[in-house]
Design a protein around this ligand. Sequence first.
Ligand code: PLP
Length: 481
Amino acid sequence: MERSPHMSSQEFRDAGKRLIDWLADYYDEVERYPVLAQVAPDQIRTSLPQEPPQSQTEFAQILNTVNSKIMPGITHWQSPNFFAYFPANSSGASVLGDLLSSGLGVQGMLWATSPACTEVEMLVLDWLVKMLGLPETFLSSGKGGGVIQDSASSSSLCAILAARERATGFRSNEYGCREELVAYTSTQAHSSIEKDIKVSGIGSRNLRLIDVDANFAMRPESLEKVIEEDKLAGKLPFIVCATAGTTSSLAFDPLEAIGQICKKHNLWLHVDAAMAGTAALCPEFRHIHRGLELADSYCFDAHKWMFTNFDCSCFYVADRETLIRSLDVLPEYLRNQAAGPGAVFEYRNWHVPLGRRFRALKLWFVIQHYGVEGLQFLVRRHVEIAQTFLKWVRNDSRFEVMAPAPLNLICFRLNASDEVNEELLQRINRGGRLYVSHTRLNGKYTIRFCVAQTNTELPHVQRAWHAICDEAAALLNARRV
Ligand code: PLP
């Protein structure tokens, strides 16, 4: 090879500018694409060369292929017409923070391998305690602290592992689970809890799904009854995973009552506020966390609603020693001067992976760019727009609202069969003007409409409502003929 195959710094500079321009154009024009990718399975893979290139490809050519072959397979999560699932919203500030993290290429597995990676993370997670009005027990200056995980699923897994060790006096780490440990969550909890229970060796047979009230919130009296039955049967109840904002309907489990039960029976309380936690930026929505001071751990995903691109799940514990002791393994090759007990935070002991990206940078960029007031303004606006949408649904007798909608998720359906509602959802998404997803509430097929994409404004929701009404009218007419 005559010349180095690496990008020269000039090539990197030129290509980087082109890519930022490309992204800026994309954000400007994102509404021109159908929100949900309209491709058949395997279409993208088979449209690309099946053999790897032997020689170098020009950057311009790579971008051309992105435009022609990759973009058709993109579902546009950053479209303001994305109302499906919970969002994975983003922002310019976040993307640039993430780019800086990639560019620095830091692997922050130890404090010593990049002290700033650890210390900015500690700082930003302490900021968030104050910004969301979380209990002070989660501050790093006390016995607790926060850490960024890749996802809420991983955050909950770590909570379960720490709770398992606390309940067994750290014996399950040494000998495996001997006791029959039992965990509790509601029927409405996210599926990640069940997955975590499987991964942690507890066994899904030992996960109790507690029933919920008419608002889809866990019934504390049912929880206590089941815990008592398990104790009588000689089992070891060890954790309750409560949810602040369930995936299906954004229901809020009563944390205060659940927390009291956990204290009484000596169970770990983990609170999963994956999407809704961000609402607590606004003091008027902090009631969603009432009782959180009784929790041993908590997580919310900044990558859902807080304008920070995936992945960025913020996980807190009130007693970091239990978490660290549960996950600590220190081989000789990781020993270093700073690694003396408690001298600095060693985040490798706060989650499963050893290696870690400098994810705090994007969060730090976001918080500085918007400021607390900017973030509050955006969250309030999303809630206000969602509440306007709720009124439109309520005032249209063809539809029914399926769950309380205190924030930014509206669950509704046509007053018709499940089959009709399923067809309505498919028609809406095929149309490409917006993207919604579904769930099942009280056994009924339900459409979910979540307002949380970065650039969603009232006109987007107005157009979405018209599109939904048009599709509903066309569907009902077609069925009448
Ligand atoms: N918990 C709740 C309440 C959720 O809604 C979700 C995803 O939507 C998760 C956990 C899982 O999130 P993640 O993808 O960060 O693991």
